[in-house]
Design a protein around this ligand. Structure first.
Ligand code: CTP
Ligand code: CA
Length: 228
């Protein structure tokens, strides 16, 4: 439990954690990306290792030291992340999608570095939607009792609160738990702290107040262990 993180309550379990942000290349040097640092995913991996789990960490462009004992699978694009997570999920008791996949990729890739135009106009970039890795894993459980966890960084708006958006996303994805952050202002990105609400498909909601990302990580593994 969180009170006894040095215990080995996850021993015998294999967990897959994805971390970081994917890159979608336009040409050999340019990509579309996002602001995910990988810190929350790495904290999840360290917490699971400390509690005795075997950990596969699928890392998308993360610039952090590898947690000792984790099996790290480096990836760059959402297509690579998808393939690596689906492969690892075949033998996993839990899959936690802490990574931020790019929702779109350029429809075309240029082998040649794209050049500026003589008339000063900008070339339009056409986008295609990427596959939804979390929804795929949640709808095709590869092992009985496998627990699937997603993350959602949301900003509330005039129509819906962050938690309403989170509930709808949990249902849409078909996952067991969804860790919802309010990211208005952008304070969470690159930070060592996090605060969140862990929503459950069973209707539960666990509030985790602002603290080091390791505290949220242990709270998530507590919820996963309860579902096992
Ligand atoms: N996710 C995924 N594959 C994608 C996009 C998202 O597996 N192509 C996962 C993320 O890793 C995260 C969860 O889905 O765990 C929610 O991500 P989010 O970006 O909030 O969901 P989207 O369905 O992309 O919704 P939105 O339009 O709000 O971005
Ligand atoms: Ca998205």
């Amino acid at each position: 439990s969180a009170a006894d993180p040095a215990g080995a309550d996850l021993s015998g379990r294999h967990v897959v954690v994805s971390a970081g942000g994917t890159r979608e290349y336009l040409d050999p040097v340019r990509f579309l990306g996002n602001r995910s640092s990988g810190r929350q995913g790495y904290a999840l991996a360290r917490a699971a290792l400390a509690r005795g789990a075997r950990v596969t960490l699928v890392a998308a462009n993360v610039d952090l030291p590898a947690p000792a004992g984790a099996h790290v699978v480096p990836v760059e694009t959402t297509a690579e992340l998808h393939a690596a997570v689906v492969a690892a999920a075949a033998e996993a008791d839990a899959v936690v999608m802490a990574a931020a996949p790019a929702d779109f990729r350029p429809a075309a890739y240029s082998d040649d570095k794209i050049k500026k135009r003589a008339d000063g106009s900008a070339a339009p970039v056409e986008l295609e939607q990427n596959a939804d890795i979390l929804a795929d894993v949640a709808h095709d459980r590869r092992r009985p009792g496998q627990v699937v966890v997603g993350f959602a960084a949301e900003t509330g708006d005039a129509h819906s609160t962050v938690l309403e958006l989170g509930r709808a996303k949990l249902a849409r994805k078909g996952c067991d738990l969804l860790v919802v952050n309010d990211v208005r202002g952008g304070a969470v990105f690159g930070s060592t702290d996090n605060e969140a609400v862990v929503l459950g498909a069973d209707g539960s909601a666990l509030e985790v107040p602002r603290a080091a990302k390791g505290v949220l990580a242990h709270a998530i593994w507590d919820r996963v262990a309860t579902l096992w």
